[in-house]
Structures are given as C-alpha cells and as structure tokens.
Design a protein. Structure first.
Length: 641
C-alpha cells in the first residue's frame, strides 16, 4: 500500500514503536530551534545533562520574543544565550535578525528532516517539507543531547487542494477556511498533510503561513510536499543543495480527507476571540478599526510585505488608524529597504517596528480601550494584545492593508486590479547576524548575569511518600493560575528560585512560602487540572518548592506530561468522590510507592490525619515510571547516557 509523506518521514526517523495511530513512538530529531522566552531554561537543562556539544545535525538559538530591554534581565538572558550557544555547538541568531520561524524557513529548513522547537509555531517548517513539531524546552534539550522525541503516533489527515486562489485571496484565507471547518480542536492527535493539484500553485512562504497556523487547530504539525516550487525557493536562498523531492505515493491513503477548492475562497477574518470564529470580510461588514498590525511568524515574508507596500504606495493611512509593520526577518527588512518598498510604507504613514515578535507576544502596541485591531497574526485570545476589552480580528496582509487605508474592515477586492508580486530569483543572503559556534569551546566563558540561576535538580522518588497537602483547588485550574506570567514575572524565567515565589500567587498568596517550609508536599485538584499553555514553569517551579505529587480528578494532557518530565507524580482519584476525603493541611502517605509504580494499577493513599484511605491511579507507561523514579526526565536522561 502506498505511503503518505508523513508516514515516509516518520518511518525514516523511527527509533522505537510502530506507526500505529494512538501508540507511543520515538523519533530521531535532526534539527532544533529555541526562542529566548523558552530557550534560557532549555539551555540550562541541556547544560545539566553534561553533554559538551549538541548531537543534532543543526541547533539554532533565536532571540525574538523579549527584545525590549527595560531592565537588565532580558539583556542578561541574551548574553547567556549567545555564550552558551557558542560553547555547545549551537548557532545564535542575534536580536534583530528576525522571528525564529521565518529565519529558520529562509536559512535552515530542509525537506524531509525533523525539527523540534520550543515554540508552538514550529510547524511553520512544514511549509518546506519538514516534520516540524513544537514541544517543551526540556524535550528540546533532550533532543540536543541526542535523545529521541516521544510522541503519540498521530492520525494523518489529507487536505486535498484543488483550483487556484482568486486575485486578492491569499494563503491566510486557506488556513482560516481549514480552521472554520475543523475548529481549534479539530487537529488534536493529527498531522495535516496538504496534497492535490492546488499545492503547486502556492509558494513556500504561502505554504508556511498555512502550516504555521495549523498550530491553532491543535495539530501535532502540518506539512506540504517538497516539489519544484520548494526547489526554486531554496535556490533563491542559495541553498539548492538542500532540496530533495518528497511527496506521497500516488496510491497513498489518509485516515481522513478533506477537499478545499482554492478558487472558491474569499477574503476572511477570524473574529474575536478565537482563531476558528471565521467569517468572510463581506459577512462581517465595514466595522470601524482603530489599529492594524502586519507581521508575526504567520505573515511577514518578503512577498507578504511587498503586497502591502504596493497597496499603500502613494496613499495615506486613515487618520483614525495606527498602522504598525514588523518585517519577519532582517533579510525581508533589508530587501524592502534596498528596493524602495520600505520608503513607500513609511511615506504612507506606517510605524516600522523591529523585526521580532513584538505586539504578537504583547510587547508594545496594545490597542486603545475597547479598540478594534486587525492583525495578520495567528492568535486573538482575549487579553493577549495587552488590552483586556480590545477586539482582535485575524486577517491576510491584503485585508489588513486595505483596512489601514479606509479605517473600516475592508475587502481588498474593492481595491481594483490585483497586484502581482513575484518571488525574487535571489534573496539577499547575509548571515552575519547568525553567529557560528566557537571552534574551540574551551575559549568560551558562559556569561551568567544575576538573572541566570542554576537549574534546580529534583531528587529520585522516595520509597514511601509521606507529606502534607499544601493546597486543595477546584476544577479548571490553568497554567496561568499555577505559574502566572506578565511583564513583572516573565523576565524571571531563568531564575527559578525567584519565579517560584509567584506559584499560585493569585490563588493562595502563602502557597510558595508554606510549600518551601514543608520541604515536600501534595497538591489536590478537581477536573482538568493544568489546562492552558505548555508552560513548563508550571511544573518546574512547584517541583523546586518540593511538590512531589498532584492528585486530581483529571489532568490537561500537556501539563500532565510536564509534571512527569519534572518528576512530579500525577495521580487521579480512582473514585472521583474521594476528593472529599482530603483537605488542605492533611498528611497523606503512599507506602512503597517506588516499588508499586509500574506494577500496580492503583495505589492506596492513607490520610494520616483522618485515618481514611482511598485509591489513586498513576496510568504511566514503563518509560514514564522510570522518569518519575529518577526524579524527572533530566535525571533519567543522564542515567541513560
Ligand atoms: Fe513570535 Fe507570535 Fe510567532 S510570539 S513566534 S510571532 S506566534
């Protein structure tokens, strides 16, 4: 039977397991990327593994998230990232060089390779034919140390593209249509593979816009074939040697298929506050807009911004609109500057922002109170812009530029004849802002300012676990409840002793102090504990404070995986009603826990304070049992080395 592209690449990288959807598999990782918000921790974890040089084919450290330096913390982090990269064989993309996913696509992406990145939009690399997956920093650190990446073998959904996009309709409208049809949960446990005759009509940056925002489907990743279009892109980037032809077999099959007729699509927007609340621009109508932002890892390529420049050329931004533009990379920025398009943008009244994530991660440009902002970004969650009551619409660059001129949400088809922006035959290639690692690592001193603190290391699981319940919480506790973020707390991300003071700060102000004083403890929670982001600090900081186990009625998937990674035992009540048998302050005991894990389906917990007992389920794979016993993935990896 013919194979699809995902099956081919996964089979070529398979280390453990079978390619059966739903089963755990381990794959070899060829490339890694990190960004600064997650990278400091990933490199502290890598250092703790004691591996002198990365074992991947290529690892790149980018600085694109916290580029504002309003205090010393971010600057300290940047110097640490630069020197730790030089010492351990990692390339370093300097602040100002661009957004990790855009730069990686331009300069490093290779069809058929695997890429693991500590950023959820790593699937952008699927636009060039990679299996590119977002993961926690510790998983990326393990991959850099040569370890495999474990994942649940996904189902492969084939999206058959037919037809060709009409004038003024763009790649963003394709992924918005996929989101409209599948919803933000439609990709969970799946990889989306694009196929069909319409693929050849899309450029690599257009494909990357589609795979980038596949993250909003909840998909493991998304991928396009590597064809003549890919070859032309790599050639224009001076990297033709990296090209290989890759695609599904003619008789390939998919678990599910969906057809999208590109010619039937219209300019669309995702309405507040979810990326899948998609309507056509015509359906929404000419609502008044206060701000337009063009950029982010979704839509900041050379062709995206050239189309915007062509629309704005010789015109003026509407007086009630603030227009901000952030080119995705230094390459894009320089090309716009040299060909005059940057002058057209400035003359039209655009505010030119640094080549970085900027407003996408809430670093500046928050809209006015109750404002309406049209953005070419990928997320429009309530409050993410920095203004709680703002309404964010996600659109293509064409819709954004047309809107910036009229002051109301506008369909670019009303602009008249479409603009043709060809892909350049040759991009400006200048990698001087990507620093090579040192040839002699012994000459490099890793610079650690006061904001860089050593990584706390957990101890192996004790034979018997006896500790107090430090906190009992209800249902739907998010990673924001556990480890809040924000401008004050985020700069402390490489200083676990400092950031851990804020664990559960908004829920129970005394939690951190009491946990630290107790030395070890339990947390008890209701349903869906740990929902929200993949933030690994929500497991790492409680581990630092001495939390040994969390007992809940149910867990959110990614947070449960992070708890295991940091050696915290995730347990669920065998009988959900038994949550009533535990109160804050009670002392719990699980006798012979280390011996019973992996052999018993349930464990008995004795409430020493009340004398009652109840059963809990660990539900761990043999590998996860070994990780918990070792005190976390870091210790486990060192044991295996
Ligand atoms: Fe940066 Fe926003 Fe992408 S934070 S990596 S531009 S989703």
């Amino acid at each position: 039977m013919g194979k699809n592209l995902v099956q081919k690449i996964l089979a070529a990288h398979l280390i453990e397991g079978e390619l059966v959807p739903g089963k755990e598999i381990a794959i070899r990782i060829d490339q890694t990327l990190t960004q600064d918000a997650t990278g400091t921790m990933a490199y502290l974890q890598f250092e703790a593994m004691g591996v002198p040089r990365v074992k991947t084919e290529l690892s790149v450290s980018y600085v694109d998230h916290n580029t504002l330096q309003s205090g010393f913390e971010n600057a300290d982090d940047h110097r640490f990232l630069q020197t730790v990269a030089a010492k351990h064989g990692i390339r370093f993309s300097r602040p100002g060089n661009g957004i990790c996913h855009q730069v990686h696509l331009e300069r490093f992406g290779v069809p058929g390779k695997t890429l693991l990145g500590s950023d959820s939009h790593t699937p952008t690399g699927g636009g060039i034919g990679m299996i590119a997956i977002g993961a926690g920093g510790l998983d990326v650190a393990v991959a850099m140390a040569g370890g495999p990446f474990y994942l649940t073998c996904p189902r492969v959904v084939g999206i058959n593209l037919v037809g060709r996009l009409s004038p003024w309709v763009s790649a963003k409208d394709v992924i918005l249509e996929v989101l409209r049809r599948l919803s933000v949960k439609g990709g969970v446990g799946r990889i989306i593979e694009y196929c069909g005759p319409g693929v050849a009509t899309l450029s690599v940056p257009e494909r990357a816009t589609i795979t980038n925002m596949g993250a909003e489907l909840g998909a493991t990743t998304s991928i396009f074939p590597s064809d003549e279009v890919t070859k032309a892109f790599l050639k224009a980037q001076g990297r033709e040697d990296a090209w290989v032809e890759l695609g599904p077999d003619a008789d390939a099959t998919y678990e599910e298929t969906l057809t999208i007729d590109l010619s039937a699509l219209e300019p669309a927007v995702a309405c507040p506050h979810m990326p899948d609340l998609v309507k056509t621009v015509r359906e929404v109508g000419p609502i008044k807009v206060d701000q337009v932002l063009i950029g982010s890892c979704t839509n900041s390529s050379y062709t995206d911004l050239m189309r915007v420049a062509s629309i704005l050329k010789g015109k003026t931004v509407h007086p009630t609109v603030s227009l901000g533009i952030a080119p995705g990379s230094r390459q894009v920025f320089e090309m716009l500057a040299r060909n005059g398009a940057l002058g057209d943008l400035i003359a039209a009244g655009a505010r030119i922002l640094e080549s970085a994530c900027g407003p996408c991660i809430g670093m500046g440009q928050s809209p006015n109170s109750g404002g309406v902002s049209v953005r070419t970004f990928n997320r429009n969650f309530e409050g993410r812009s920095g203004t709680k009551d703002a309404s964010i619409y996600l659109s293509s660059p064409e819709v954004a530029a047309a809107t910036a001129l009229t002051g109301v949400l506008s369909d670019p088809r009303d602009l008249g004849e479409a603009i043709d922006v060809p892909m350049p035959e040759r991009f400006i290639i200048d990698d001087r802002m990507i620093l090579e690692p040192a040839a002699d690592p012994s000459t490099v001193e890793v610079l650690r300012g006061p904001n860089i603190k050593p990584l706390p290391i957990n101890r192996p699981l004790p034979d018997t676990l006896r500790a107090g319940v430090i906190l009992k919480v209800g249902d739907n506790i998010t990673t924001d409840h556990i480890m809040p973020a924000g401008a004050k707390i985020l700069p402390l991300r490489s200083n676990i002793p400092a950031i851990s003071q804020y664990v559960f700060a908004g829920v129970d102000a005394t939690f951190a102090e009491r946990a630290k004083a107790a030395g070890q403890g339990f947390i008890v929670g209701g349903q869906n504990y740990g929902q929200g982001s993949s933030r690994e600090h929500a497991a790492l900081a409680p581990m630092y404070l001495g939390i040994k186990a969390v007992i809940t009625q149910s867990f959110a998937r990614i947070h449960r995986a992070n708890l295991i990674n940091f050696g915290i035992l995730p347990l669920t009540f065998a009988d959900e009603g038994d949550i009533a048998k535990v109160n804050r302050g009670d002392v719990l005991e699980i006798a012979d826990v280390a011996a019973k894990l992996g052999t018993c389906e349930t464990l008995e917990v004795r409430n020493v304070t009340t004398g009652e007992t109840f059963l809990v389920r660990p539900d761990l794979t043999p590998r996860q049992v070994a990780i918990i016993k070792a005190g976390g993935l870091l210790n486990y990896t060192k044991e295996q080395a």
